[in-house]
Write a protein that binds this ligand. Structure first.
Ligand SMILES: [Zn+2]
Length: 88
C-alpha cells in the first residue's frame, strides 16, 4: 500500500503515481508545483497557462493563447513575430 499523488489533472482525473516520501505529490508533480506556485506572476500577456501535461491542458493553453491573439493582445514584441518570413 502506498500514498498516491494528490495532483488533479485538468481533465479532473487524479494522478495515481506514488507520492514521494513525506510529500503530497509524485516526483513529476512535486517539481511541477515548485515551478508553478499559486499566486505567481503572469507573463506579459496576463495569461496563466496550465502545465502541458496532458491533451486537455494543451488544448486549454492553446485556446487561451489564440483568444488573446484574436483579441489583439501582445501587440508589442510578441505581436511582431508572426507572418512574413523576412524583413527587407
Ligand atoms: Zn503526480
Amino acid at each position: 500500500m502506498y500514498i498516491e499523488c494528490r495532483h488533479i489533472f485538468s481533465s479532473g482525473n487524479k494522478c495515481h503515481s506514488p507520492s514521494l516520501r513525506d510529500k503530497h505529490y509524485c516526483y513529476f508533480h512535486a517539481n511541477l508545483h515548485q515551478l508553478v506556485k499559486p499566486g505567481s506572476k503572469t507573463g506579459e500577456l496576463g495569461l496563466r497557462l496550465p502545465a502541458l501535461e496532458d491533451r486537455r491542458s494543451i488544448q486549454i493553453a492553446l485556446t487561451q493563447v489564440l483568444e488573446e491573439l484574436a483579441a489583439g493582445g501582445g501587440g508589442g514584441a510578441a505581436g511582431g513575430r508572426g507572418g512574413g518570413g523576412g524583413e527587407c
